[in-house]
Ligand binder design. Structure first.
Ligand SMILES: Cc1cc2nc3c(=O)[nH]c(=O)nc-3n(C[C@H](O)[C@H](O)[C@H](O)COP(=O)(O)OP(=O)(O)OC[C@H]3O[C@@H](n4cnc5c(N)ncnc54)[C@H](O)[C@@H]3O)c2cc1C
Length: 386
């Protein structure tokens, strides 16, 4: 078995799969090591779908990266022949003047992203499917949708393997150390050497890397699927993704239309969740039992804001967020390793839409030592002053 590679990618989940593909495109030899099977339910990527949107309320600096991400989603769809991005549009609603709603407007106007806006007198047919409080306003972003997570990861891995990447599943990386001009990686099956490693270990990142002071906090999140009594009203085309602030709480609830997608692991239904960090957990000791405490707030939101979607609960599952201290991504290389250890972590519950561009960024950092994509604001440097 070959033990020497140009690059080793630690963790072949969301970011790692795309990183393997983008590294392999350069002709380099690549080993991707995954502790579980490819696509599993113990990390951050499970549960069928993730929202993709561009009028980024988290910060407009993400928008140039999103523009590249949209292009790269098209590229992997073309190369693999698999459709994984579905443009449904997204409906946002919240109290008048709410930061999220205002930040969407600001981001969209800065980058000329088309929006429909109640303030401009625009109309929307789906409004009667929501029961919004009087003081709420809404915005609609047409160039948004969702990406199928498991399909995306498997497509990236398949294309990376066609380019020669070696993928080891059920092998855990235990540690790494710098050696002459390279890095040695120690796993549950043996040792490997390479020029550089890329750590894309998601919720396990803090266990594999020295502290970079981003105070990574892993939280338990839940996802629910229901079958609305009037399911046809909530299907795509027609019904979009949505993101609605609950005026009683921080964060927001969001969900997806019922879509004709193939998924053998999860129900096809009306999927939704609460976007706010849940209880802190250790990624190796997550409580996967579902109780009334998990169900009650999700069903309570539907009862209050979307009563027409009420129906039978099909499933509820857990998933993990890796929250950095400021809830922005942390993408960089460790200076003390002369760039031999690069990492992408702290995706804070909003990273999947960037998978297609993060792979390109990580390949740039590893191969060239820099990227022309604007990632300065995501550097670990920002934590040094704390
Ligand atoms: C409920 C939920 C909803 C979300 N909704 C959205 C959304 O709508 N839009 C959006 O953009 N984002 C969303 N996200 C966020 C997005 O899914 C994550 O940001 C993204 O999946 C993070 O990818 P990752 O590669 O860091 O982690 P993962 O996909 O978990 O990959 C890390 C991989 O590393 C492996 N690994 C770890 N340690 C080791 C080791 N020592 N040896 C070998 N392998 C190892 C793990 O097994 C895993 O497969 C959501 C997340 C959750 C949980």
């Amino acid at each position: 078995m070959n033990k020497q590679f140009d690059y080793i990618v630690i963790g072949v989940g969301s970011m790692g799969s795309s990183t393997c593909y983008h590294l392999a495109k350069s002709g380099a030899t690549v080993l991707g090591i995954e502790q579980f099977e490819l696509v599993h339910e113990r990390g951050a990527h499970s549960g069928q779908s993730r929202i993709v949107r561009k009028a980024y309320f988290e910060h407009p600096d993400y928008i140039p990266l999103l523009e590249r991400a949209y292009q790269n989603w098209q590229e992997i769809e073309k190369v693999s022949g698999n459709k994984m991005y579905h443009e449904t549009g997204i409906f946002y609603a919240g109290p008048v003047g709410h930061t999220i709603i205002e930040s969407i407007r600001t981001a969209a106007s800065q980058y000329q992203i088309p929006l429909l806006d109640v303030r401009n007198g625009d109309q929307l047919e789906i409004l009667p499917l929501f029961d919004l409080p009087e003081e709420y306003e809404w915005i609609y972003e047409p160039e948004a949708g969702f990406v199928e997570t498991e399909k995306a990861i498997l497509s990236y891995v398949k294309e990376a393997k066609k380019l020669g990447t070696v993928i080891h599943q059920h092998e855990k990386v235990l540690g790494w150390e710098l050696i002459n001009n390279g890095v040695e990686v120690r796993t549950s099956n043996g040792n490997y050497t390479c020029k550089k490693i890329i750590v894309t270990a998601g919720p396990w990142s803090a266990k594999l890397m020295p502290s970079i002071n981003d105070q990574l906090k892993i939280t338990r999140q839940t996802l629910m699927w229901i079958q609305p009594d009037d399911a046809n009203a909530f299907k795509t085309p027609g019904f979009p993704c949505w993101f609605v602030v609950d005026k009683e709480k921080p964060g927001a609830y969001y969900g997806f239309p019922i879509a004709e997608i193939s998924d053998t692991k999860n129900p096809i239904g009306f999927k939704f969740a609460y976007h706010y960090p849940g209880a802190e957990t250790d990624p190796d000791e997550v409580d996967r039992n579902i109780t009334e405490i998990d169900k009650e707030p999700l069903l309570g939101f539907i009862e209050r804001y979307m009563p027409k979607a009420k129906g039978q609960v099909l499933d509820i599952k857990t998933c993990l967020y890796s929250n950095s201290k400021d809830e922005h991504f942390v993408i960089d290389c460790l200076k003390e390793t002369e760039g031999r250890v690069c990492f992408a972590r702290g995706f804070s519950g909003h990273g999947f839409k960037f998978v297609s561009v993060v792979g390109e960024i990580m390949a740039d950092l590893a191969i060239k030592g820099f990227t022309t994509l604007p990632i300065e604001f995501l550097s670990a440097k920002r934590f040094l002053k704390d």
